[in-house]
Design a protein around this ligand. Sequence first.
Ligand code: DSN
Length: 418
Amino acid sequence: MHEPAIPSLTGADPEVARLVQAEARRQFEKVRLIASENYVSTAVLEATGSVLTNKYSEGYAGRRYYEGQQVVDPVEELAIGRAKALFGADHANVQPYSGSPANLAVYMAFLDPGDAVMGMALPAGGHLTHGWGVSATGKWFRSVQYGVRKETGVVDLDQVRDLARAERPKVIFCGGTAIPRTIDFPAFAEIANEVGAVLAADIAHIAGLIAGGAHPSPVGHAQVITTTTHKTLRGPRGAMILTDAAHAKAIDKAVFPGLQGGPHNHTTAAIAVALGEALDPSFGLYAHAVVQNARSLAAALLDRGFDLVSGGTDNHLILVDVTGKGVGGKPAAKALDRAGIEANYNTVPFDPRKPFDPSGVRLGTAAITTRGLTPDHMPQIAEWIERAILAAQDEQALDRIAAEVADLMAGYPMPGWA
Ligand code: DSN
């Protein structure tokens, strides 16, 4: 049963209620390895489902365009205060609707259309909004893209420096969506300082690791830091932008009124709850456990002959080139899903295949660590992954794995399911 219970929804709209229950069960039974997903606490779910969704509050605390902000202002101030305390930042804006709008606010704040921006290419591990061609950020700005070294799979800082010197971007993005290794924020800052660019660190994937001390922080190196709140940070679907004092005003103006209208106050409340959870010392243990699980899973996959981009991981994320097992990334991800192991197909750097049927599968350990799985479970998960990929066409074999997976997960409670 979904928790909190949903009796009113069940009475009013059984069709939707049935789907909500089905999704809760699905999340309970699977080994969820999508690197950008997690399980939020029941407290976060309750805040997300609260009456704060009823309220409009364009503007910022004390400067709103609607009356009745007696409660919303302190909610937003609480979230801001906790974000600043957690990351040690001068300023926080908790209003961006999600990661892409947060990144767009950086463009709005510091670039004019046609200006040069530099970011990591999507197939190398960057994000669409770091200037990739199909995104507005690649269409409306002069985008310069860097990648990783072919031999190591690690970001090519010499290329970053050479491109920055030649192209003089106004903003340099570091960070991305498929980067299994530590991001060298001081090195990026040195390059950005040399060419007079604003350094924007997109820490969406690793925010929880940074908060928990399991990855170095960009604070003090990047003037602007964008993040979603729902990945390793384990909050609701939303985003934040942290800045130093000098860049605060420009970011606030870019988020509202530059890009957005009213903030989603129920989300802001849930972000405040999640940040409160992350301020608890136990969150540091969680963040380190996420990395330990990823390292153990990577080691177990290497033992089985899998080819990992960069040879392993420093964080929560593993990028596997599955073509060595005789299958493409897409059929592998579909087989894994049928086998109760949820992942996404992903390009690998220098991928000879197409983005819709690439060579890789991306894995992450944030969600399974929340469920309580430990390094001892990782050899079993690696065995299931290999078995499922090798049996990609055999639905009965995949169903047998799914039953084994569900058996294991039945022993590990899930917030949101009772
Ligand atoms: N969709 C997110 C991810 O899966 O990494 C990034 O936008």
